[in-house]
Design a protein around this ligand. Sequence first.
Ligand SMILES: Cc1cc2nc3c(=O)[nH]c(=O)nc-3n(C[C@H](O)[C@H](O)[C@H](O)COP(=O)(O)OP(=O)(O)OC[C@H]3O[C@@H](n4cnc5c(N)ncnc54)[C@H](O)[C@@H]3O)c2cc1C
Length: 554
Amino acid sequence: MESTERPIQGAPRRRTRSEGQPRQARRYLVNIDSNATAQIYTDCVVVGAGVGGLRAAIEAAAHRAVILVCKGTLEDSNTWNAQGGIASVLREPDSFEAHIADTLSAGCGLCDPSVTDLVVRQGPSLVRELVAWGAEFDRVEDRLDVTLEGGHTYPRIAHAHGDRTGTFIAQALIQRVKDTPNVQVVEHFFAIDLLTDAEGRCVGVIGLDRQRGLQIIWAGHTILATGGAGQLYRETTNPDVATGDGLAMAYRAGALLRDLEFVQFHPTTLYVAGASRALITEALRGEGALLVDAKGRRFMPDYHPSAELAPRDVVSRAILAQMRKTESTHVYLDIRHLDKAHVARRFPLISELCEGFDIDVSRDLIPVRPSAHYMVGGVKTDGSARTTIPGLYACGEAASTGLHGANRLGSNSLLEGLVFGKIAGGVIAQAGAGDPGSMRHPLIRHRIAQSGRTRLDTADVRNALRSLMWRNVGITRQGRRLREAIEIIGFWQRYVMDKVFDDPEGWECQNMLTVAMLMARAAHQRRESRGVHFRSDFPQTDDVHFKRRIEITL
Ligand SMILES: Cc1cc2nc3c(=O)[nH]c(=O)nc-3n(C[C@H](O)[C@H](O)[C@H](O)COP(=O)(O)OP(=O)(O)OC[C@H]3O[C@@H](n4cnc5c(N)ncnc54)[C@H](O)[C@@H]3O)c2cc1C
């Protein structure tokens, strides 16, 4: 197959003129000659080693040869950093119906009820499977301990080693992967693009292997499990790897993306100037932590009847409003009234973190402010984790399964990653025999004309983009500022998208610009407020025009 440059029509459907002129899109970010590139073959390639990718690899490996790639080490993922826990119905009086109702309520009318039903009902068995695979969840006597979080009617958050849940889930899954002979793990492999044949079927990936250089992995089935895009924002809880690569790759390959305007901001991340924005888990508020402003006044009861346990978007906006009122850069969490020994046992990570900044949580207030946390939208999938591109599956934060609607209920994402990872892997394991040795693969040649335009410093663009997204496409949005963001991102795109880079830094910048533009356009198009998307110029929910999803494709 010979690829050529194609014009983008890449805006959300029904875009307006003010959203900018059509731009030249590039099908691939790099020059490709598949005859002259190192290549390997497999039944299934999984891109990403968080909860979704790991679980998918284990399942697919039951009947298929699997290559699992990740751009850093196996520990570099959102999953590894997850704190609070995983939601699932484990104890009475909780019920599937209650968990489903809470998820639908958080999703503000946009959840897919059949997907919600599916995910919630699989929760308990998948959590118990993790226990059987060695994940050391906390227990009370002989039962798993569960705690309460905002938006949940009953205690249903299982946690491991206090607030180190993600690390212990990841460790158990990684060990399982290592014990599975059919899975080959390749760390430090940066996936640049999904490869498609003349019929538009996904046939693998091209990427940069730190040891072997540019490499093609031809695969009968490809699973995208690249996680979120928190790094698009100046303030974020996400690690460096979360640059939205999978979303940009899928978009270039022609997949349908949706719900990109819905970004969840976590209300409470540690605010110490110069330090990274470490998350202070919601479970702390579940255990009684209070939010107070710069004057020491508790303010959440002014904003919502559930006070500190209100949904995340409500708490985030309330914190911003209170910061404005008190002309302060942050607010505080107060846990001085909680038992110090219990806090240290239940939240060892947070206790350590605070100690590192000389904050004695039994005496001092903890300075916090909101940060970008979770990408609700993603690559559209069906109940079998299939995207709109044949041969391409997605799971985890990169996917839009329909579980979250317009807002994610806390602790539902690890669960979603497990459920759809298992589904994606299972579908592939059961699929027709894809003998990789005999798989016919296309010839792919893609040459990019050299651009005469000035070269911008991508590190500078990246920093400026993250500030712009925080200011203009952040917790509170407004039409004029979204239009401004679209124009500025469009300007950077003209100077960055026309270049050919040969390192992850450049490709990440191109991916971030691509995803940022799609997010800003979707946010501009949704002229209402719903879930995590709040428009100060359209503060009401508009069910007549917007009880629908905004879908985006090339
Ligand atoms: C601080 C923090 C706390 C959280 N706490 C909770 C919680 O308590 N409960 C809960 O349910 N959720 C929580 N979440 C959210 C949850 O952790 C994530 O949504 C979930 O782990 C995502 O899993 P994933 O498999 O989709 O992706 P990730 O775990 O993010 O993994 C993504 C993988 O993709 C790889 N990758 C990305 N791009 C490329 C590329 N170009 N080439 C190759 N590989 C690539 C990365 O290297 C990584 O291996 C938290 C998130 C954060 C950041």
